[in-house]
Design a protein around this ligand. Sequence first.
Ligand SMILES: *Cc1c(COP(=O)(O)O)cnc(C)c1O
Length: 395
Amino acid sequence: MDMWLGAGRELVAIPGPTVVPDRVLSAMHRAMPDIYAGELTDVIDEVFDALPGVARTASRPFVTISNGHGAWEMALSNTLSRGDRVLVLECGRFGTVWGEMAQFNGLRVEAVTADTGRAVDPAAVEEHLRRDAQHEITAILVVHVDTASSIRNDLPAIRAAIDAAGHPALLMVDCIASLACERYEMDAWGVDVTVAASQKGLMTPPGLGFVWAGPRALAAHQSADLRTRYWDWTSRTENGPYYLRFCGTPPVTHLYGIREALRMVGEEGLEARWHRHTALAAAVHAAVDAWSTPGGLSLHATDPAERANAVTTIRAGAIDADRLRSICRDDAGVTLGIGVGDVAGPAFRIGHMGHVNVPMVLGVIGTIEAALGAMRAPTGGSGVAAASAALADVL
Ligand SMILES: *Cc1c(COP(=O)(O)O)cnc(C)c1O
C-alpha cells in the first residue's frame, strides 16, 4: 500500500545523535553572552563540577570542542609517544577505528579481537599481556559499549586480567555510547582515561567531547611526545583566563545545553538512569527474541550478559533491512540505525540511549512489527507482546 502515516512527531531512534530534550534545546536557544565575565563563567564551573560525578571519578575532566573522534585524539596525544605499543581490545567497528587513529598518529597497534557476536575475552587479554614481559605496551584501548556490535565489554574483568598479568599499561576506555546509560565506575574499576561525547547518553547535540584523566595518565602526560598545542592538557590547566580550558573561545551554546543535560542526569540520578536503560533494553531484546526465526531476525550479541543497554544491533538474515528501514522512516516516522562494521550480513540498529521512555521504545518496536507485517516477513511471534510483558515485570 505504501500509505504515508508519518505526519506526527518524528522519532529518530539511531544510536546517536540521540533525542535532545526540549529543556536542553531551550537552554541552547539564546543570544551570545560576554565570554570574559558574567553568567557564562558560572555555567562553565557548573559543567566542570558535574562532570567527574557522571564518570564516578575524582579525576580532572577536559572538554573538547569536537565529536568523539577529537576526544579520542586528545586521550592518545596527551599520554603516549611515537612508537609506543598500544593494545586495542576489539568487539566491533569503533574499537577498530580508535586503533586506526592510534596507528595513523605513530603508535604501534596490536589487537585482541573478540569472536563475532561476543565481548572481548579477559583471559585472552591476560595471555596477550603476559607475553609482553618487557612491559613495552604502554596503553590498552577498549570501548565499553561498541555501538556497531551493541556489545558491552566487562571492564572490571578486563581490569582484573591486566592486574593478574601484573601489567602497568594505562587503561583507556571509550564510554561515548555508554556514559549515563550503563553502570560505569572509573575510579573503582581502575580506569586511567575515560572518553565520552555529548550526543549519545548525554542528550546534547554533537560537538562536545569529554576526557577524564586519572593520576597515572597525568603522570604519563609529563613525558608524552605526541602532545600537540591544541589538545594539550597542561596548557588547558594553566592558571589564567578560564578560556584556556578550551584553547580559545568556549563553545557557548553547547555549554548551556550540556549544563541543562547534566542537571537532568542529576535530577534523575545515575543509578535510576542505569536501571531505566536496563529495563528498556530488556524490552527491546525480548521483542527481537520473539521475532527471531531461522533465516530471519536475530540479536547480534549472542550472550545475554554482554548485550548493551544503550543500543541493539539486529541481524536481518534474509529480511531486506533497507526496505524495513525505509518503510519505518518514509512511511511511519521512525528512523532506525544502519548496520555498521562486520556483523555477519545485513543488519539494523535501534538506539535506546539518553532521553528515552516506554512509549518511545514500544513505538519503535510496534512500528518495526507493523513494517515486518507489511513486508510479509517471517517472524516467530509478537515483539510488541514480548516487550510489553518484559516491561510489565518492572513497572
Ligand atoms: C559514536 C561513537 C564514537 C564516535 O563518536 P563521533 O562523535 O562520531 O566521533 C566512538 N565510539 C563509540 C562507542 C561511539 O558510540
